[in-house]
Structures are given as C-alpha cells and as structure tokens.
Design a binder for this molecule. Structure first.
Ligand SMILES: [Zn+2]
Length: 515
C-alpha cells in the first residue's frame, strides 16, 4: 500500500505552506529579500521534518524565471520543473547511495561549468554525513571557493558527523519537531479539504505516534483512512497502531504513584489482547521522561502537550530518584520482552518492580540488633587469601567505585559479593528476589568480573540475612541517631528547656546541622 499519496499531494509548494518551521522560513525569506545569499546552507533534523522540502523551496526561489523572490511565480517552467523534480540546474544527490570519492570528484569537476539555463547551479546533497572523508575533502575545496553561479544545499539527520571545516562554511538551520498541536491542526486542515470525517481524539493519537514528523503523521493518516473506511475514530486507530489511550496510561501511572499493586494488576489484565504490550512500556517510559523534566523545571515540558494537565497534577508524587529508577527499570526490562512467554505477566512484573523498589527497606532490619560495624570491618575466618579477604571486606566501598547507576546500582546495594576459597557468589537479598531482570544481574556480574579481574563464574544466591550496603547504611544512620540522642538527653541546657516546658525529646527529630 502506498502511504505517501497525502504527503505528495500536500507537499508545500511555497514557503507559506510549510508547517512548524516558522523561524527557519522567516530567516530564509529575509535573506532572499535582503539579497544576502550564502554559498552553502545546511538543513539538519530527524527524518520526515521537511529538510529537502525546504531546500527545494529555497532553490525554487533562487531559480524562478521571474527573478529571485521569496514568492516564486509557481507557473514558469523553472518552478514547474522543480515541483516535478526534473530541473536540470537543481542537481539532487543522495549521499547515502553515492559515497565514493570518484563520484564526488566527477560532480565537483562539473561545478565550474555554467548552469544550463538558470542563474544558479544548485547542488542539493541529502544525507551529506554519509560522504567519505575523501569525498568531504573534494566537497570542501569547492565550498571554500565556489564559482559565483554555484550554491550548495546540504541536508543531514546527523550534523555532528560532519567535519568542522564543512560546518563552519555553512549557514546551519536546525529543523525542529512539530508540536502535537501543530500536527493536529495540519491534519484537520487536510482532512477537511479531503472531506473525510474524523474525531479530534483520533488525530491526537496520530500526532502522538508521528513523533514530531509531519510526513509520518500523513502516512499514518493515509493508513487510517483505508483502515477506518473513511471515518477516522480513535478506537480503530488504537487497534491499528496497537496503542492504548492516555486514559489507561494515566491510570497505570497513578497506580504506581499510589503503590496500588492490586489496581495495577487489574488494569493490565483488562487490556485488550490485540494491544502491543511493549508499546505500553514505551508509552510509560515516555511518561517517566516527561515527569522527570517537570521535576527538574516546569518550563522544560511543552505546555501544549495533550497530557500536560495530568503530568502537572502527578509529578510531585514521585521523587527525582524514583523517576530515574523507574525509567531505568522500564528501559532495561524492554530488552527481555521478547523472551517472555506471557507478555502480560511480564509487563505486570515490570510495573510491580517499580512499586517494590520505591518502598522502604525498614522491614529487613527491624528484627536485627543495631550495630555500628561496617561490613568492611568484619573479618572472616574462612579466608586464607589476602586478595580474597580484600574483595570480601570492601564490597560496601567497592559499590561506590563501580560507577553504577539505575537498576544495577540498586541491585548492588541490595547484594553482597562473597568469596569463599576462590568460590565467588553474588548474594542477593531474598526479599528482592524476582524483581531484578536477568539482564541486570548478568550486567552486574560482568562488571564485578572486570573490576576484580575474575575469570571464573560467579554464582547467584538469595539470602535473607545479608549486610548489604543499604542495610549497613540504615544501621549506621540508626546508630548515629542513638548516639546523638544520648548526647542531647544529658545536655544541661536541653534539660533546662525540657523542665521549663515539661517536654519530651523526639528522638527522630534530632538532626546534625554542623560538622
Ligand atoms: Zn517561477
């Protein structure tokens, strides 16, 4: 099925028809009006943003037979030939398919010849970052001192791959993603012209799936028109795209915030079987990203985002650390999605992990006696090898040295790396069993092997009674609170105040404020 019919039919023919790139269009129009033309222009941005479309419109302005103008006539043979992509003096090159230096040299050799019929000879090089180093050098020589009749229009998805020598000679335009609101009004406009019925929430879904690309939004719309039989409604689109709406996503996020495992399980169980569950994970990952932005600074999130009200209502329910962790859990669990026999169960496990991880670990130390010993002061009698003793006793400090983050750091903090007669074991807190994906455990094992230069296997065990870094930290902080309380309760000044107000000391409220 050809999904480009709408994109081709509604491809902008003039600057004023370009959607979502107002600043760039305004700058180009001004440079034409003021007759300040550069030798080389670079348009960068992700696919489907309209880089080559804008470059062609610019070429049209420069080549129109009625004269250089920000409003080319649109009727002369030059304008028509550009619309039909067969203008002799607009030479389009796809660098992705032409990277050999000889090809570029041939092109550059022809640069010196005058245009066949126009005032300029324009080279439009798409995906220019794909050129080889030698080809870049050949191009650079020409861009440095081009004949007066030559202009270069370069387009790329990866400007960072271009040599500085090229970048510094180009006027660089960075295309931006179109906002969902812009895409929706663009689609409304086209569907009205096409006399096709739609509901706005359906267009919202299309806009969300287009990831800022007008072209992608048109190609999805094209599919939807045939799938929905001419009447675009959200339900059908969701089943076409395998999505669930924000309604359900918001319920899931709320359940995670409320640590409401039961509702969470019920929501996921009730999801239609034809929904792609890994897409839900993507949607949830994206929400955590948006909430993280809000948590850093409210201005970082686009206020036009369709789910903005929900985001602002809930972001303060999460700590920055939890959001980082949940994002990491979602991303790292995605890798194992295809291995899960029951995808629904797997999705539930991933989301439950988030709830469990954000809970306090108080239970695990409640029954333990408070001790001030750090694990690195504990000596083991079983070990007879200095290195081995060293490994075992330094786990608490080693975790800090491993530069871990996210889920791997969480796992390390709930584990103890143990050595006994050259047998290596990673002991994980029993209460955390089943919540770390296997890939996360494998990653930590590899990191430990590398750190200690261990070539043999590391066994995995689960144990209820471990002095993991998290538990050691808790014990230390508990004992510090006790020590402070002992000092405070015997302090004569404090005793005076106590008597004066007939007051008790709240042990947990004692905080160290100066070192
Ligand atoms: Zn014209």
């Amino acid at each position: 099925m050809n999904n480009d019919v709408l994109a081709l039919k509604y491809r902008p023919k003039f600057f004023k028809e370009v959607t979502g790139q107002d600043l760039i269009i305004e700058t180009l129009i001004n440079s034409i009006k003021l007759n300040k033309l550069h030798n080389a222009y670079l348009f960068s941005g992700t696919r489907g943003m309209g880089k080559t479309t804008i470059a062609r419109l610019f070429a049209k302005s420069l080549l129109c037979e009625s004269g250089i103008s920000e409003q080319p006539c649109g009727t002369c043979s030059s304008c028509n030939e550009i619309d039909n992509t067969n203008h002799l003096d607009l030479i389009e090159i796809d660098a992705a398919s032409r990277t050999k230096v000889e090809d570029t040299r041939n092109l550059m050799d022809n640069v010196q010849y005058a245009p066949s019929s126009s005032r300029f000879k324009i080279y439009l090089i798409d995906e220019v970052h794909m050129l080889s180093t030698k080809s870049f050098n050949a191009l650079l020589k020409t861009i440095e001192e081009p004949p007066a009749h030559v202009k270069f229009l370069l387009a790329t998805t990866e400007p960072e791959k271009l040599p500085d020598t090229i970048l510094s000679r180009c006027l660089h335009f960075k295309l931006i993603s179109a906002s969902e609101t812009t895409i929706i009004s663009h689609l409304e406009n086209i569907l009205n012209q096409e006399n096709i019925k739609y509901d706005v929430s359906a267009l919202e879904t299309i806009a969300r799936n287009a990831n800022g690309s007008i072209r992608d939004s048109l190609s999805i719309t094209e599919q939807c028109i045939s799938f929905c039989n001419g009447n675009i409604i959200e339900d059908k689109i969701n089943s076409l795209l395998g999505n669930i709406g924000y309604d359900t996503i918001n319920k899931i996020i709320t359940a995670i915030a409320d640590k409401d495992a039961e509702s969470l399980v019920n929501f996921i169980e009730s999801i239609d079987d034809n929904i792609k569950l890994d897409r839900i994970l993507d949607q949830i990952t994206n929400v955590f990203f948006k909430l993280t932005l809000l948590n850093i600074n409210k201005n970082l999130l686009d206020k036009e985002h369709l789910n903005y009200d929900f985001f602002t209502s809930i972001y303060q329910e999460f700590t920055k650390e939890d959001l980082q962790l949940f994002y990491q859990i979602a991303i790292s669990s995605k890798k194992d999605f295809r291995y899960a026999a029951d995808k629904k169960d797997y999705l539930i496990m991933i989301l439950l992990r988030m709830i469990i991880f954000s809970e306090n670990d108080n239970n695990s130390i409640e029954n333990d006696k408070i001790t001030t010993e750090k694990t690195n002061n504990l000596k083991s009698t079983n070990d007879n090898n200095d290195d081995v003793v060293n490994i075992k006793n330094n786990w608490y400090e080693t975790v800090n040295e491993l530069s871990l983050n996210g889920l791997a750091l969480h796992l390390a903090n709930h584990s103890v790396f143990d050595v006994n007669n050259n047998n290596y074991t990673l002991k994980i807190n029993q209460q955390k069993k089943d919540i770390y994906p296997q890939s996360c455990i494998d990653d930590l094992v590899k990191i430990i092997q590398k750190h200690y230069s261990i070539t043999s296997d590391i066994a995995i065990e689960y144990d209820n009674n471990l002095d993991t870094p998290t538990i050691v930290e808790k014990k230390l902080s508990e004992s510090e609170t006790s020590n402070r309380y002992d000092k405070v309760k015997d302090n004569p000044d404090i005793n005076k105040i106590q008597k004066m107000f007939d007051a008790n000391i709240d042990k947990d409220s004692i905080k160290k404020i100066i070192d």
